[in-house]
Design a protein. Structure first.
Length: 137
C-alpha cells in the first residue's frame, strides 16, 4: 500500500508554530513514529508552501497511489485550484487538520477540499494523520 501525506504552508514549522494550537512535536519526528507504527505502508511525505507545487504533487500521485492524506493548511480555505485537482484525480483523498477548524475563526469553516474528499478528520492533533492512515487500511 502506497500512501502520501501532503502538507501545505507553514506546516514545516510544526514544533515551534503556535504550540498551544499545533503542539510541540516536529512533523519529521511524528512521521518517524507513523512509519514505525505502520511498517506495511510505503509512506511518502511532501510539504510545500507553494500552491502550484501542491497541485503538481497531487497530479503526480493522484492516479497511482492508494491514498493521499492532505492537509492543505490555509489553502484549504482559499484554493479553488486544489479543490479542482482533488476532484480530477482517482486516488481517494482524506482531508486532515490538526486543529478543530470549526472551533476557530469563521474563515476556517470553509473548505474547497471537503466536497471532493473521501472523508475529513480534524481536531485530534497530529493523531488526525494516524486516524486517516488507519482509514485506508
Ligand atoms: C490547519 C488549519 C488551517 O486553518 C490553518 O491555516 C493551518 C493548519 C490545521 O491543521 O489545523 O495552517 O490546516
Amino acid at each position: 500500500m502506497q500512501i502520501i501525506i501532503i502538507n501545505g504552508p507553514t506546516l514545516n514549522l510544526l514544533g515551534k508554530r503556535e504550540p498551544e494550537i499545533y503542539g510541540s512535536q516536529t512533523f519529521e519526528d511524528y512521521l518517524n513514529q507513523l512509519r514505525l507504527k505502520f511498517p506495511e505502508v510505503k509512506l511518502d511525505y511532501f510539504q510545500s508552501n507553494i500552491e502550484g507545487e501542491i497541485i503538481d504533487k497531487i497530479q503526480e500521485t493522484g492516479f497511482s497511489y492508494d491514498g493521499i492524506i492532505l492537509n492543505a493548511a490555509a489553502y484549504t480555505h482559499t484554493s479553488i485550484g486544489i479543490g479542482d485537482v482533488v476532484k480530477a484525480i482517482t486516488t481517494p483523498v482524506i482531508e486532515v487538520h490538526i486543529s478543530n477548524t470549526f472551533s476557530r475563526e469563521e474563515f476556517r469553516h470553509q473548505s474547497y477540499i471537503s466536497p471532493n474528499a473521501k472523508g475529513v478528520i480534524l481536531g485530534f492533533g497530529l493523531q488526525s494523520y494516524d486516524l486517516a492512515l488507519q482509514s485506508f487500511l
